[in-house]
Design a protein around this ligand. Structure first.
Ligand SMILES: C[S@@+](CC[C@H](N)C(=O)[O-])C[C@H]1O[C@@H](n2cnc3c(N)ncnc32)[C@H](O)[C@@H]1O
Length: 257
């Protein structure tokens, strides 16, 4: 299965990199990233692992702020893309599977960021246990996902009304959710900014919030924060995202002892 998943990201790599555009989508910039940044805290001089770094814009962002960043992704094309985009800061990019990080030493990081990756990974427990292993004592993990209780990749969907001429988005009438407890695998095609369909679908794993909580505590982490970030401003474009949460972010700590 892992080979099929890797192939999807390889085939989609150029489309994904151009969608991210070295700065993230409006949803990332206006909702998720400010929360992730705050939960990670001051990273200057600290060792950060960006697990599933994609085209690496967050690796670069934190490296520019003084962190010593290692970015790992199993898509070789995305890593090559990340390297091309990284000229004025230093990031140690590596091709690798986050479910098996034996190339990285134990206790060699102060922080791990796993941003919108674990919902694409079948071996979530393995990955989270690897994050625990590579973290130093007192180290932190910040892990974000699409909110599983409002999972429009999986069992949920918006019922939509008319298109709003001002925002270009369709009005959200209500969000429909069912079968939350069925942990399922879905495939979804993303679209470029121009509306062109990605060449390959992307596989998502719908899991409950309690499953993620269990993965973290089973690995040994103490979960210290659970956030459902809201848009940072009143932009009418994000009307739907002010009504139900789009993302969920966990902060977990490896004990000092
Ligand atoms: C939605 S993208 C997020 C990328 C990046 N974290 C960001 O915020 O832009 C998911 C990324 O996870 C990577 N990925 C998925 N499964 C992986 C695995 N098992 N090991 C390493 N990378 C993986 C994909 O190649 C892709 O770059």
């Amino acid at each position: 299965m892992q080979d099929d998943l890797r192939r999807q990201w390889e085939e989609n790599a150029e489309f994904f990199a151009s969608l991210i555009g070295n700065r993230g989508t409006p949803h990332h910039r206006k909702i998720l990233n400010p929360c992730v940044d705050r939960l990670l805290g001051e990273l200057s001089g600290k060792r950060l692992l960006d697990a599933g770094c994609g085209e690496g814009y967050l690796s670069r962002y934190f490296a520019e702020r003084g962190a010593r960043v290692t970015g790992v992704d199993f898509s070789e094309r995305l890593i090559r893309n990340a390297e091309k985009l990284t000229s004025d800061v230093s990031v140690d990019y590596r091709v690798g599977d986050i479910c098996e990080l034996s190339a990285l030493h134990e206790q060699s990081f102060d922080a791990v960021l796993c941003n919108l990756v674990i919902l694409n990974v079948p071996c979530a427990q393995d990955a989270i246990s690897e994050f625990y292993r590579v973290l130093d004592r007192g180290g932190i993990l910040v892990m974000s996902i699409v909110h599983p209780a409002f999972d429009f990749y999986g069992p949920g969907e918006w019922e939509m009304g008319e298109r709003n001429e001002d925002t270009g988005r369709r009005e959200g009438l209500c969000f429909k959710m069912d079968n939350y407890f069925e942990e399922q695998t879905y495939e979804r095609y993303w679209r470029s900014r121009e509306g062109e369909r990605f060449p390959e679908p992307i596989t998502f794993f719908h899991r409950t919030i309690s499953s993620y909580f269990d993965f973290l505590t089973t690995a040994g982490f103490e979960v210290t924060k659970l956030e459902e970030p809201v848009p940072v401003d009143k932009d009418p474009f994000f009307d739907r995202e002010r009504r139900i949460p789009f993302f969920m972010v966990f902060k977990a700590v490896k004990s000092e002892e």
